[in-house]
Design a protein around this ligand. Structure first.
Ligand SMILES: [Zn+2]
Ligand SMILES: [Zn+2]
Length: 433
């Protein structure tokens, strides 16, 4: 990807400036994506050498050597809102290393900028998280108001306690390591934290799925009318999809039995839909509406044209409603390896769609979509805002248990009977302590 050669918008400059202390310290230009302004590239050692330098910089500083390792590295930082300057710097340099497209990098950089803006009070406040900030960076910061409108939709992080477990009645007392929230007492899947899922913007399960589906389309067409072959191809498709976006899945996906059951459920949904004339008609209407989508560039970012988007969204909801009827009729929800409720499975399924579209929607449309899909954070208002999870007096004492599957230490509530290992995702029966 060539270094950015267009004029950056104010919000892009603001978010890029979050990484400025790191980029400047590396001797690069903090005002350009990749660290090199277009008019300076010609005077540099050439694109090949810039690429090599970017690859080495990411490897030496962060042990990042691929798109996947960049995503895994960011997954540990963005949701926790830590090392945001490094996150911006890494994504910026990753464009030169060809690990991400400019568009992907901007998504992550804008999100990191928004997270910094909503976590700290000012540039001075933010500076306390960075190593010494050079004077020229402070001068550049002074030109960018801390309250710059970024037009990025981020959801408030979920505060404990949330909804009670439907099986044992326990309330979560600690933040979940992933978007899939398992009960701390009995290990049941209790909820899905969409805000957490959105903090890993590059996973993009929706686009990943569409790409794999396009690849397998000829095979699926050839299997038309053959239920067994269609099911086998759909399973291969979802198997590839799980590999493409591991961070978008439950921590339990590492367990082969869990993975097989999830893939089987997803494939069954697609297979039954392929043999249902009503679902096929609604899918065709959805594809037609998708083909009519139009995009414009607003403030340096692609945005979908509202009218074309709303037509597609209506077709999507109509299709999903039929899929729900089929899932009930064919008992597909019962195949879910977490034995989650149909409502929760639908929310998780919808999350991939919403996550894919949020960056292209204006704030008002984004909020409407979140409300309609029940993905906006819930129960947060009921939580006392300053109640740190650790200070929660209702929380039972913590004990340390070694996972019998992966041998790593787990912090658990002493009253827990069954938990999901936060490292390997295997269920662990807790011995009476
Ligand atoms: Zn429970
Ligand atoms: Zn484990």
């Amino acid at each position: 990807m060539a270094p950015s050669d267009h004029v950056l918008s104010l919000r892009q400059r603001f978010c890029l400036a979050i990484g400025a202390p790191i980029i400047a310290d590396a001797g690069l230009d903090p005002r350009a994506l990749g660290g090199w302004a277009a008019d300076h590239v010609a005077r540099a050692r050439g694109e090949h050498e810039l690429h090599q330098a970017a690859v080495e910089a990411l490897r030496d500083a962060y042990a990042i050597d691929s798109r996947a390792s960049l995503m895994a590295w960011a997954r540990e930082r963005l949701p926790a809102r830590r090392e945001l300057a490094h996150v911006v710097a890494a994504f910026s340099i990753a464009t030169l290393a060809h690990y991400v497209s400019d568009d992907d990098a901007w998504q992550a950089i804008l999100l990191a900028g928004k997270l910094a803006q909503t976590t700290y009070h000012s540039w001075d406040d933010f500076a306390t998280t960075c190593a010494p900030v050079p004077d020229e960076v402070r001068a550049a910061w002074a030109e960018l108001p801390w309250t710059t409108e970024l037009d990025v939709t981020v959801l408030a992080p979920v505060a404990a306690p949330r909804a009670a477990c439907p099986r044992c009645g326990a309330h979560p007392t600690r933040p979940s390591p992933t978007a899939y929230i398992y009960c701390e007492q009995c290990g049941r899947l209790v909820d899905y934290d969409f805000a957490r899922a959105c903090a890993t913007p590059l996973e993009r399960p929706g686009p990943a799925y569409e790409a794999i589906r396009a690849e397998l389309a000829p095979k699926l067409a050839a299997a038309h009318g053959d239920l067994l072959r269609t099911r086998a191809i759909q399973r291969a498709l979802f198997d590839a999809w799980v590999d493409a976006c591991p961070g978008a899945q439950s921590i339990r996906i590492q367990d082969p039995a869990y993975r097989a059951a999830l893939v089987a459920m997803l494939a069954e949904g697609e297979t039954r839909a392929a043999f249902d004339p009503e679902a096929c008609a609604r899918r065709a209407a959805l594809d037609a509406a998708t083909a009519r989508l139009a995009f414009v560039t607003v403030d340096g970012q692609p945005r979908v044209v509202g009218e074309t988007y709303r037509a597609m969204e209506a077709a999507m909801f109509a299709h999903e409603a039929r899929r729900h009827e089929l899932a009930v009729a064919h008992r597909i929800y019962e195949m879910h390896p977490d034995h989650a409720s149909p409502a929760l499975i639908r929310r998780i399924g919808m999350s991939a769609y919403v996550q894919g579209w949020l960056p292209y929607l204006a704030e008002a449309e984004a909020q409407a979509l979140l409300a309609r899909t029940d993905l906006a954070p819930r129960d947060n208002l009921a939580a006392p805002p300053d109640l740190a999870p650790r200070d929660n007096l209702a929380a039972p004492p913590i004990a340390v248990l070694t996972c019998p599957h992966c041998d790593r230490a787990l912090e658990i509530a002493v009253t827990a009977t069954r938990i999901v290992c936060a490292h390997c995702g295997r269920p662990v029966e807790v011995p009476k302590l």
